[in-house]
Design a protein around this ligand. Structure first.
Ligand code: LLP
Length: 432
């Protein structure tokens, strides 16, 4: 196993993904290609669902955050696994619809939904809007009235947590484009507004504190602040929130330096805080939702590339150029994100050649990794970047008019094309 159970090395000394030889997958489907282990995704969904019913109970459930990876076949898997879904655009809603996803289990996010988005979402029957603030409340109320429905919503609240320092930096969090802050009193004001509108039903509150978080503490802090806020709103308005959504954010192991994390244990710890807070503030425990994205799909994915050149620059570094790059994985360029890179063709040889993995865009910053070690490759070798299931395909672009790679899902019946490779014809298809 390499990092996660989807990755291993076979008797030929090659990398395997979900038990399939990566070099053979590359030969069959071409490169670059996103390979996704469907079984891994299903098993993480089941881990979440069972932990939610065991520790939170009632109607508590995990909501898959589709921004991490979104295509119709994946939404079919989410439907089959009984997950709810968080959609952040009308495009993601359209994907859920195409997959036959039960729309009452969709939560529609976004800090600036247009009137058109709102109309489309209501017409599509989304279960809940996660409303960002005043303007959206009025717009949803108006469109719900026009459609003759009462739209359920959650209000997005900023509890004032900085997950990466574990300190409650209230001012830091007030300065956010998302939601309404408790600290400024704004959260209480928009709650009063939401309760006053006739075509809206306020089901509860939502917060999201960050991403790639390995400790339960920031979630516990957020949970306890949100429970106190729920108690305050009960006192002020006699209003009982039935849902508390704590957002996404559990971390994933990208390299050996990242810790292993048990989502189940974290959920158990958060559930204890929720139960204690319910007692302390003398309120009923709401149904608890969380919105994992990365932690459901990241470890199920690998990207396969073909090596084009190995440029050794003595005294500097060795550039290995591959047939993809920032167009399929912009995360190093954007965030300096670290990845594990493997020479899939020679996975059992010592990883003793230090490289910079470079893409093929006309841009020096188009890199996927620096200072990583792999077995020395040559042109034609297949190189894999592991743990690319989240925020890679979903963030891919056509910069330099590079066609996007396909998504190959490996399910019970073996590998299949879930999203086909873009062609040069696709690239010019929208041009008048
Ligand atoms: N819910 C809300 C409201 C969110 O904003 C996010 C992520 C999630 C759930 C899912 O969080 P997760 O479980 O995946 O951490 N592009 C960045 C990540 C941006 C995350 C944005 N929001 C990256 O590549 O690291």
């Amino acid at each position: 196993m390499i990092l996660h159970d989807s990755f291993d090395i076979n008797e030929k000394g090659r990398l395997t993904v979900a038990g399939y030889d990566a070099v053979e997958l590359a030969g069959r489907f071409g490169t670059p290609a996103f390979i996704i282990d469907e079984g891994k995704i299903r098993s993480v969904c089941r881990e979440y669902r069972s932990a939610f019913s065991e520790f939170f109970g009632g109607g508590s459930r995990p909501v898959y955050a589709g921004k991490a990876l979104c295509f119709t076949g994946l939404y079919r898997v989410m439907r089959e696994e009984g997950m709810a879904a968080d959609c952040v655009s009308s495009g993601e809603i359209a994907t859920a619809l195409k997959a036959g996803f039960p729309m009452e289990n969709v939560f529609f996010h976004g800090n600036n939904k247009t009137d058109d988005d709102i109309r489309y979402a209501i017409a599509s029957g989304v279960g809940y809007f996660v409303a960002d603030g005043e303007e959206e409340l009025y717009a949803v109320d108006r469109e719900a009235k026009a459609a003759g429905v009462k739209q359920k919503i959650l209000l997005r609240i900023t509890p004032g947590i900085d997950p990466h320092t574990h300190k409650k930096i209230i001012t830091g969090n007030v300065d956010s484009k998302f939601g309404s802050a408790i600290a400024t009193g704004r959260a209480a004001e928009v709650t009063a507004l939401a309760l006053s509108l006739d075509n809206i039903e306020l089901s509860g509150f939502h917060c999201h504190i960050g991403s790639q978080i390995f400790e339960p503490d920031p979630f516990c802090d957020a949970a306890s602040i949100m429970m106190r806020f729920i108690a305050e709103m009960k006192k002020a308005h006699g209003y009982t929130a039935s849902i508390l959504n704590l957002g996404g954010g559990f971390g994933v192991r990208y390299t050996e330096d990242d810790p292993e994390i048990s989502y189940r244990d974290n959920i158990k710890t958060i559930a204890e805080v929720i139960k204690d807070s319910a007692k302390r503030y003398m309120i009923d425990q709401p149904d608890v939702l969380m919105e994992p994205g990365r932690s459901i799909v990241a470890a199920a994915g690998a990207t396969l590339y073909t090596v084009g050149s190995v440029k050794e620059i003595p005294g500097f570094r060795n550039y290995v150029s591959i047939d993809g790059g920032m167009t399929d994985n912009p995360r190093y360029t954007l965030y300096g994100s670290k990845y594990t890179v493997v020479n899939a063709s020679r996975a059992s040889l010592p990883a003793d050649f230090e490289i910079t993995l470079a893409g093929r865009c006309c841009e020096s910053g188009d890199l996927i990794a620096e200072g990583v070690r792999i077995a020395k490759p040559e042109r034609g070798d297949i190189v894999a970047v592991l743990v690319t299931g989240a925020y890679n395909y979903s963030m891919a672009s056509n910069y330099n008019r590079v066609p996007r790679p396909p998504v190959i899902m490996i399910g019970e019946d073996g590998p299949r094309v879930a999203v086909r490779r873009e062609t040069r014809e696709d690239i010019t298809a929208l041009d008048e």
